[in-house]
Design a protein around this ligand. Sequence first.
Ligand code: FAD
Ligand code: SF4
Length: 329
Amino acid sequence: MREFEYVRAGEIGQAVAAVSADPAASYLAGGTTQLDLMKDGVLAPDRLVDITRLPLGGITRDGDVLRVGALTTMEELAADPTVAGRLPFLREALLLGASVQLRNMATIGGNLLQRTRCRYFRDPAVPACNKRRRGSGCAAVQGVARMHAILGASEHCIALHASDMAVPLMALDAVVHLRGPDGERSIPLTEFYRIPGDTPDVENVLRHGELITAVEIPLLAPDARSTYLKVRDRVSYEFALTSAAVAVRLDGGVIGEARVALGGVGTIPWRAPEAEQVLRGAPASPEVFAAAAEAAIADPFTVPGTAFKVELAKRTLVRALRTVAGGAS
Ligand SMILES: Cc1cc2nc3c(=O)[nH]c(=O)nc-3n(C[C@H](O)[C@H](O)[C@H](O)COP(=O)(O)OP(=O)(O)OC[C@H]3O[C@@H](n4cnc5c(N)ncnc54)[C@H](O)[C@@H]3O)c2cc1C
Ligand code: SF4
């Protein structure tokens, strides 16, 4: 067993200082990602700074924006009445993720930073993984790649970002609030993640030691319709093969506002602005939904194991759009 130091932070500044000062230190929230990867030998921090006692819980509403503390659990967020009323597809995404036991431990900040489920990343005995060791290659491209990405992927890395929650948050233009050694900053979630390129080890714009303190989520309009459709190999306790988060406002049979993001297909939770453009101002018809799906998956990178996802992702989006269009299509 590899030894590490455990520190329980009592104050936000203390936690940030403790991790910032030590390149081999990490934060510990619910531990459902971090501890798994330490047990598997993928991560080996010298120091774990437990943030669960920091005052970063709570959900508050200010007008049409919900501010969610980073330590709010997935289950707490799903149970919030404003989420149920004004962000129903976010609630669906939360409740379709993991299991109730995990959702009671897993925090919102930790969920955004969960690591890929790529089996080769999670097995240190596999030498070729650019995410674990830059320049070592990618075992998944030639390997078993059913649960991998087709958008934002390349021969350097096809690892999937598996969060369900982050998919509607991308569609909603959520904003991530950070506290680092140099102060606070806020980043739109759509600019938070990094496409792997030839540096798959760099997953987001966080600087070492920066702490996610909260996520701000704009509410949907009261008359918006939304859904989160998750397609998976079994109906519970399983990651998405494909998913779609869709929110629209309809004026008669015409689509007004449209928000679309995809899960199960991207190296990052995938906003689909091209699909939104097709939908806005168009009739809610099967032809328009199909065109939106074509636009969303226009430039996939596939390997034999993931090729099926191109058609599945399009069908997932079309079905989600049919669901929100109700009788309009
Ligand atoms: C069996 C299993 C099934 C799962 N199924 C699903 C699923 O279907 N859908 C889904 O979306 N997810 C799923 N998950 C993933 C789960 O949602 C994440 O593990 C969880 O949300 C991580 O939150 P945590 O609080 O436990 O984070 P931790 O494990 O504590 O931390 C994760 C990472 O984030 C960092 N971190 C945590 N909080 C902060 C912060 N505030 N600021 C800066 N860094 C921070 C940690 O240092 C670590 O690197 C599953 C997990 C397991 C184990
Ligand atoms: S897909 Fe990415 S995480 Fe998986 S083996 Fe390849 S480089 Fe590593």
